[in-house]
Design a protein. Structure first.
Length: 312
């Protein structure tokens, strides 16, 4: 619980996994004195009400009214139209932020519409699951995770104060905040998040298409490693379509490097070059160890699953 709320009124637009998790966490920690949500879908708005996530507004005008922090939690491809639609309703001095998994393109899109009196501070919580919708969210989603803010290079004191306040809000929700340039964010996330998702989508699709492996066998023997890719590939298709369309350059560059390295492994297998394979696999094992030491994953065998693949 925080000593005093960081914002009087937080508005969340898009009441899905991330938006509903922010609402839950902000309420539990007291980071916002009051909280209001909006979603374009009436079904989602009703579900958000039923789940008791907070006050639910029926229009963009109503959700933005009196909000001192507006958080866009919509897919990256919907950021521009949402920013344009809310611009007339934003309170002077308010913060406009987002949670999009890509930063440079939404930043430019929001900048084009954000009034000069509003502090635009894009952000990205490095936290999530493969689930979507308001029921999928939970209050502890951001605990011990990173939140990257990509503020504009603005030396204005009021703007810097707004960045500090937004950082404190995310810290209250359990995150550690890092400030980064938007273009750098997109290059880093291309390799740590976007490419792994592309590989997962591709491997699942390849397995599905392979004539020699009937669907029954793919499912039956999935614990051989394939299962973990299917979890990633179960992520929301709209969200990931938008990520790839909006981080095109960085993903293509990373994919080029990946393809070269994959070709080197392919060559080592073809030529029976065990030393190369050994060297690469040992290096990868070291990286896994570093991730565990950094507290970014569990050290438990098989991610803490029991023999049936279920969490104990
Ligand atoms: P989600 O569960 O699908 O929620 C998105 C919500 O936004 C849905 O209810 C959707 O409604 C609504 N929406 C879509 N377009 C809208 C619009 N124009 N106006 C108002 N509402 C709109 O997705 P999510 O996982 O929370 O992702 C939201 C954002 O968080 C994305 O930008 C994503 O890149 C980012 N993010 C996601 C993760 C993750 O692991 N999931 C992690 C970090 C950041 P409909 O159902 O009607 O489309």
């Amino acid at each position: 619980m925080v000593e005093a709320p960081l914002f009087d009124r937080v508005a969340i637009i898009g009441a899905g996994l991330i938006g509903s998790s922010i609402a839950r966490a902000a309420r539990e920690t007291g980071a916002a004195r009051s909280l209001v949500l909006y979603d374009r879908s009436e079904d989602v708005r009703e579900e958000a009400s039923r789940l008791g996530l907070g006050e639910v507004a029926g229009t963009l005008e109503a959700v933005c009214r009196d909000a001192d922090c507006v958080i866009l939690c919509v897919p990256v491809g919907a950021v521009e139209e949402t920013a344009a639609a809310i611009a007339p309703y934003l309170k002077p001095g308010a913060i406009l932020t987002d949670v999009g998994s890509v930063k440079e393109s939404p930043l430019n899109a929001m900048k084009a519409h954000c009034p000069a009196s509003v502090h635009l501070i894009p952000g990205h919580p490095i936290a999530g699951t493969e689930k979507s919708g308001p029921a999928a969210g939970f209050a502890t989603l951001f605990q011990n995770t990173w939140h990257i803010l990509t503020p504009l290079p603005d030396e204005n004191e009021a703007y810097r104060g707004a960045v500090d306040r937004l950082a404190s809000f995310w810290e209250a929700l359990g995150s550690r905040v890092e400030i980064m340039d938007a273009a750098r964010h997109d290059r880093v996330l291309a390799i740590t998040s976007h490419l792994p998702h592309l590989i997962a989508y591709n491997i699942v699709s390849t397995a599905y298409d392979m004539e020699s492996v009937g669907e029954g066998e793919v499912v039956k023997y999935s614990a051989g490693g394939f299962r973990d890719f299917t979890r990633i590939a179960a992520s929301d298709p709209t969200m990931w379509r938008d990520v790839f369309l909006h981080n095109k350059e960085a993903v293509l560059e990373t994919l080029g490097r990946f393809s070269e390295d994959l070709a080197a492994l392919q060559r080592a297998i073809r030529w029976g070059d065990g030393d190369t394979l050994m060297q690469e696999f040992a290096r990868a094992r070291g990286i896994r160890k570093a991730i565990i030491e950094a507290g970014q994953d569990t050290a438990e065998t098989n991610f803490g699953r029991n023999r049936n693949g279920k969490k104990d």
